[in-house]
Design a protein around this ligand. Sequence first.
Ligand code: FE
Ligand code: FE
Ligand code: ZN
Length: 299
Amino acid sequence: MNLIIGSHVSFVKDKQLLGSVEEALNYGSNAFMIYTGAPQNTNRISLNNDLNTKGKELIIKNNIDFNNIIVHAPYIINLANKKDEEFRNFTLNFLKQEIKRCEELGIYKLVLHPGSHVGLGEEVGLNNIVDGLNIVLEDNSPVKILIETMSGKGTECCYKFEHIKYIIDNVKNNDRLEVCMDSCHMSDAGYDITKFDILLDEFDKIVGLNKVSAIHINDSKNNIGDKKDRHANIGYGNLGFDNIINIIYNKRLENIPKILETPYIENTYPPYKFEIEMIKNKIFNPNLIETITKYYKNL
Ligand code: FE
Ligand code: FE
Ligand code: ZN
């Protein structure tokens, strides 16, 4: 089976897209995901043409399909709450600009946490998301927004597949809406990922599997239904290695990029090179943490 695997990689000021591609290649990836700046804030630098061109050349040279490259919008974007008008306008403008940045980078998938209703209630939250997306998507662009399946932490919307269906059904330009599944989030939301084909059937019935265009692969520190959203390294959480392998190698998701967002070891060392190796071999490394620590300490 054709495996499309990668991870979140950095996007830094003086290397930009070029640095991201180099990092992804170091991990043995043929897919990757970036934030165009810090995930926690909306400060963004302007893109450097030269680094952009060099990055694209390296992508092409290594046969990475641009469909397997993803941008993730920052966490603080919250379309579900429009109480503060100033922040609302800022948010909508930011997303429109982020779409333009994606176009410049040659990336056509922008993953978005749809938002938290902060006590307004799910229905109001979902309608606010619909209103926001209608504005963000009003112009024409090849860039799609991928709504992420959320864990249900706090007042997050879209921990239920029905929420995602509601949004897709009510957004005008909904051919520009797709979905990014997240294995940790779906389990935390109460979906049983150990019976993954049943989960996919359910998603297919409610939303349509054709809408899934990326999947975040994370183990979970918590149990099914806990709504905590704490990612664990592959095989080191409650989903377990075999279940994650079954998700990754499920034939129905074969052409969809799988992106790791697992935690750095000791908050310092990226685990991806070694997690990807385990995934490719389908063999769990019980000494993963030691292997990674040793590798980076000796670099
Ligand atoms: Fe996310
Ligand atoms: Fe995710
Ligand atoms: Zn998460």
